[in-house]
Ligand binder design. Structure first.
Ligand code: NAD
Length: 410
């Protein structure tokens, strides 16, 4: 099942539960705008190369659209469209005054030099600058992009529209980025997990965790769960996987990864095949890399009791059914990884106020927001007697539908 089919399945399930009328259902299913641009730029060797870029703006009923920009060879219109819709639901669950969007360029960033990445980013920005903006659509980093990418977008956008730091979030702190943004998605996942475990009479401390992906989300989750007393027993990335039943020294692993580019070769654990990470013995599995990894083929072999979705769309609906049968509780991506967009929102607020908050204030607001969202989520789950993913979509769709109706239409 592809990403759009999966997202549509979840949406329709929520729409039925809410008894949503046909008109609103159609409005919410149809993206606001889909942009495709050809980005031609000069390579370092003087030749020309063309890359296809996308921006899908899904819905703006609750506010300007918001979502990451991904540089990856698997970027395609279907995936971008599904992830844009997911952002609409995610910002609604977190109760942020935003809609949803997503973008990406089909490219392999590791095969491009820093200068080529900068040129590509500037060309992409030139092509979409009049369709983004602080009150229209606000990009952020995603897989393959980072604070530097956002700095280039803000700089290029500024040439057309004047100094506008609020056009992107996830910027370097020196250019108006928020303190706490880099760790925000991992930290939000920790706060979300605290809420879930409290509900279940457990705590983050003392549980074991296996983490797929050791990039921004995975490595921060590893450090923060470890600091909270959790034991990270396995971690993987594109280079390989490493495990240690006594718990990995997460800080040493992060240092090793920063130095060598991957977890492979880490001396503080035993190497094993990365495709086995999902099946590691642990209390909680944290997918924090690619989407679509938990399917009808892989889900039956998951031994964890909890799946904490750091990545976007790691599980498909068939995997969910298997998890439900096997008693595996899933903390769904639309809530679990909302910490990133929440601190993006706090960055945007600081940019608009032209006022900087300290990191403690940012983290306090993030925790308050994740806990408030969980309270609404748990209440929705109780009201509809459903799983957390269905509850998350029901909560989101109800909020966006209400905004859509209140705005009115012809
Ligand atoms: P990243 O590029 O920083 O890290 C991705 C990690 O996944 C890297 O360690 C990479 O080596 C690893 N990886 C790639 N292929 C793999 C494979 N086959 N097996 C194991 N590991 C593999 O990206 P990120 O920002 O950490 O994003 C990870 C996921 O989290 C994505 O799904 C993204 O959409 C989602 N997400 C990110 C944020 C954010 O703030 N960065 C927010 C919400 C959701």
């Amino acid at each position: 099942m592809n990403a759009t089919e999966a997202t549509t399945t979840y949406f329709l399930r929520a729409a039925r539960l809410l008894d949503l009328d046909q008109r609103t259902e159609r409005q919410l299913l149809t993206p606001f705008r889909e942009i495709k641009v050809e980005c031609t730029m000069t390579r370092d060797d003087g030749t020309l190369a063309t890359f296809v870029g996308y921006r899908v703006q899904h819905d703006n009923a609750r506010g300007p659209m918001k979502g990451g920009i991904r540089y990856h060879p698997q970027v395609d219109p279907d995936e971008v469209s599904a992830l844009a819709a997911l952002m609409t639901w995610k910002t609604a669950i977190a109760d942020l005054p935003y809609g949803g969007a997503k973008g990406g360029i089909n490219c392999t960033p590791k095969q491009l030099s820093e200068r080529e990445l900068q040129r590509l980013t500037r060309v992409f920005t030139q092509k979409i600058h009049d369709l983004i903006g602080p009150h229209m659509d606000i990009p952020a980093p995603d897989m393959g992009t980072n604070a530097q990418t956002m700095a280039w977008i803000a700089d290029e956008y500024g040439k057309f529209h004047g100094h506008s730091p609020a056009v992107v979030t996830g910027k370097p702190v020196e250019l108006g980025g928020s303190l706490g943004r880099e760790a925000a998605t991992g930290r939000g996942l920790l706060y979300a997990t605290e809420c879930l475990f409290e509900d279940e009479g457990k705590s983050v401390a003392g549980q074991t965790y296996a983490i797929q992906g050791f990039g921004n989300v995975g490595s921060w989750a590893a450090r923060l769960f470890h600091q909270a007393g959790g034991r990270v027993v396995a971690a993987s990335d594109a280079s390989g996987a490493v495990r240690n039943r006594d718990g990995l020294d997460v800080d040493a692993l992060a240092t090793h990864t920063a130095r060598t580019g991957g977890v492979t070769g880490f001396s503080g654990g035993e190497a094993f095949p990365a495709d086995q990470l999902l099946y590691e013995e642990c209390d909680a599995l944290i997918p924090a890399a690619l989407g679509g990894v938990l399917t009808k083929d892989t889900a039956p072999n998951v031994r964890a009791r909890y799946v904490l979705e750091g990545a976007n769309h790691p599980s498909d609906p068939e995997a969910d059914e298997i998890f439900a049968r096997n008693g595996v509780v899933v903390l769904p991506d639309v809530y679990a990884n909302a910490g990133g967009v929440t601190v993006s929102y706090l960055e945007w607020v600081q940019n608009i106020q032209q006022f900087r908050w300290d990191e403690e204030r940012v983290n306090t607001e993030l925790r308050r927001s994740m806990r408030a969202a969980y309270t609404s989520l748990a209440a929705t789950r109780t009201a509809y007697k459903c799983d957390l993913r269905t509850a998350a979509f029901a909560l989101a769709v109800a909020r966006v539908a209400a905004a859509t109706r209140l705005r009115g239409s012809d």
